[in-house]
Design a protein around this ligand. Structure first.
Ligand SMILES: *Cc1c(COP(=O)(O)O)cnc(C)c1O
Length: 232
């Protein structure tokens, strides 16, 4: 029961953040991705029963383990760093990859998706705050990177993603979020073939409301839905 209550509460905060935005946004423009990493299948099932269909995981192994135990209309989002040698395991399973961060990875996604004749929706991960510990392309290099990855016909670049710094005051991430949105709009204006800049994946439990005010179309929320993670 707790999980479904948590989902309702996040959804109502999404709606409020949409109303606070300028211009006012519509709550159905924002997709809530339930980040279920480290959580048992029973917790995901509970979220599913409460209506969730989009789930985010950061490990290939975990998606593989959970995939067969849960309904197949779930949309799995790969949100963590993806090692090239693991693309083959998830190419037919994930709905979208949020963490495209190298040409090498793009080429491997191309290769594996060509084999199974599908086009993979991807987001380019941008290290907006230029944190050394984080993966992602710098803002400066993003347009060129997008142009290069757009040459690959089994990838479709749908937008940008960032993991903002950990902060206790969410407003400190406002600038990071607005910078990513500007970058998205800049690239959208270039009308690059095989690129649509519709998805802006930003905002987590601590800062998703600010991210929505700054234009997020996908938020990735774990703790506020499933509770704190227990890493053993
Ligand atoms: C874990 C994770 C999240 C969710 O974090 P919470 O603070 O628990 O909401 C979002 N995005 C990425 C990339 C993550 O790894």
């Amino acid at each position: 029961m707790q999980i479904s209550e948590n989902i309702r509460s996040v959804e109502s905060r999404i709606a409020q953040a949409c109303r606070r935005s300028t211009p006012v946004r519509c709550a159905d423009e924002v997709t809530l991705v339930a980040v279920s990493k480290t959580k048992p299948v029973s917790a995901l099932q509970e979220a599913y029963d409460a209506g969730m269909r989009d789930f985010g995981e950061n490990k290939v192994q975990e998606i593989m383990e959970k995939y067969d135990c849960l309904p197949h209309d779930i949309r799995w989002h790969l949100i963590g760093h993806l090692q090239t040698n693991k693309v083959k395991y998830i190419a037919d399973k994930v709905y979208m990859i949020h963490s495209l961060d190298s040409v090498h990875l793009a080429q491997e996604i191309e290769k594996q998706c060509a084999k199974i004749e599908r086009v993979m929706p991807v987001l380019v991960q941008v290290n907006v705050a230029e944190e050394e510990s984080k993966f992602g392309i710098s803002c400066e290099d993003t347009e060129n990177f997008v142009r290069e990855a757009a040459q690959l016909s089994h990838l479709h670049i749908c937008g940008l993603m960032t993991v903002a710094p950990f902060v206790t005051d969410p407003h400190k991430n406002r600038e990071t979020f607005s910078k990513l949105r500007k970058l998205l709009l800049d690239i959208a204006r270039k009308n690059i073939d095989n690129v649509s800049m519709n998805v802006l994946s930003m905002g987590m439990s601590g800062d998703y409301e600010v991210a929505i005010e700054e234009g997020a179309t996908m938020i990735r929320v774990g703790t506020n839905i499933f509770g704190a993670r227990d890493y053993r």
